[in-house]
Design a protein around this ligand. Structure first.
Ligand code: AMP
Length: 386
């Protein structure tokens, strides 16, 4: 086996995030972001121009893609729909299938398809799609099914899909390594808390529940997304505030969450406001924590027991006060953090609960790019998972 690098691409409608990573060692050769694709006044007209720019940037960084032994390109695709439960080698037919899933992820899949097409035309190595929903295709029907008329749900592919799956998968495996126990034995809850936020319950390495749903709007309070609201809110806003469906969608996705409550979506700013006595920021923090406890409690009961609770992503990895608030008052359920361990800054995976705790609480940095690179290479070496 060669350990050539994998180029991991995350294409959105107007941006192309890239990272050249060595899957075995995890070494990041270079990474960056091409922005403002197709925007007025931008010199990056489309995704093809973005891939050309990426190539030039790599050369500036001393990386010649034709000479570096590039193993493959791994593409992050948000929505794999009901069918893609594993990574897949990209062919024309697969690209068409991903395009067909665009109604399920209108903000994400069209950009991914544009990025995939541009990259496939310019980089003559195998291309693999890794889906953000794939980890959650194992959800039991009771967890993935909305209580809607069956035929309608089937016709429109309405179910809970879950997102951030690449992160939840990577982190739940890293947890097993950290605590030195077989993944198969562990009941886990993973809290991915970044700009987007999601919780998952993972039994023996398989996801059994997650907080995001048909779209990434469901579940936890996020930077700008509301997470759970009363489903009756949409028609109420329509009737009482005269909002259209598009306006409600925009409101709940872009102007709600921490931003709607406090004016800021960045958790660091929220903490500064809160420390300065801002009451809106304080309430935003409390609502955020309340929702987290709601899901933690639900998953604790669904799993029936819990071995490890893990915090990951920007907020989860860096904010000790938030972590302490989530487990506060849960000693009776075996959950607590050691103040010193929780408070000490670190970049590495670590245990923050006291020794001998019934539930181990950990902080594990996520690494979606490395997971995509590894899944890409694993698929090319061993073929599709059974
Ligand atoms: P992500 O989407 O994983 O990049 O996470 C972004 C969120 O993490 C933002 O709300 C940031 O404010 C928060 N964040 C990133 N770094 C830190 C830090 N050092 N301390 C507190 N919050 C952080």
């Amino acid at each position: 086996m060669t350990d050539g690098p994998v180029l991991v691409l995350n294409a959105g409608s107007s941006s192309l995030k890239y990272q050249l990573v060595v899957p075995g060692s995890g070494e990041v050769r270079t990474k960056g972001l091409v922005e403002r694709i197709g925007e007025d006044g931008s010199d990056v007209a489309d995704h093809a121009a973005a891939v050309e720019q990426l190539r030039r940037r790599l050369v500036e960084d001393g990386v010649d893609l034709d000479a570096v032994g590039l193993r493959a390109v791994g593409h992050r695709v948000v929505h794999g729909g009901p069918d893609f439960s594993d990574p897949v080698v990209l062919t024309d037919a697969v690209v068409d299938q991903i395009r067909d899933l665009s109604p399920l992820a209108p903000l994400h899949n069209p950009g991914a398809v544009a990025g995939i097409e541009a990259a496939r035309a310019r980089l003559a190595v195998p291309h693999v799609a890794v889906f953000d929903t794939a980890f959650f295709t194992t959800l039991p029907a009771a967890a993935s099914t909305y209580a809607l008329p069956r035929e309608l749900a089937e016709q429109h592919r309405i179910r809970r899909y879950g997102m951030h799956g690449t992160s939840h998968r990577y982190v739940s495996r890293a947890v097993a390594a950290l605590v030195g126990r077989p993944l198969e034995e562990l009941d886990q809850v993973v809290l991915h808390l970044g700009n987007g936020c999601s919780a998952s319950a993972v039994r023996g390495g398989r996801a059994v529940d997650t907080s995001m749903g048909l779209t990434p709007l469901q579940g936890l309070v996020m930077g700008t997304r509301s997470g759970d609201v009363d489903p009756g809110l949409h028609s109420y806003l329509h009737r009482e505030a005269g909002l259209s469906v598009e306006e409600v969608d925009d409101l709940l996705n872009k102007r709600s969450g921490l931003k709607g409550l406090s004016g800021v979506n960045d958790f660091r700013q929220l903490q500064e406001l809160r420390a300065g006595g801002d009451e809106h920021a304080a309430l935003a923090f409390d609502v955020y924590v309340h929702r987290l406890k709601h899901y933690l409690g639900a998953y604790l009961v669904q799993l029936g027991r819990l071995d490890v609770l893990t915090f990951t992503a920007g907020v989860g990895e860096n904010n000790a006060a938030l972590r302490a608030a989530v487990v506060e008052g849960l000693d009776g359920l075996g959950l607590s953090v050691d103040a010193e361990r929780n408070g000490s800054p670190g970049r590495e995976a670590r245990v923050i609960s006291p020794d001998g705790s019934p539930v181990t609480v950990t902080v594990v940095p996520t690494n979606e790019e490395l997971e995509i690179a590894r899944q890409t290479v694993a698929l090319l070496e061993t073929g599709p998972a059974g």
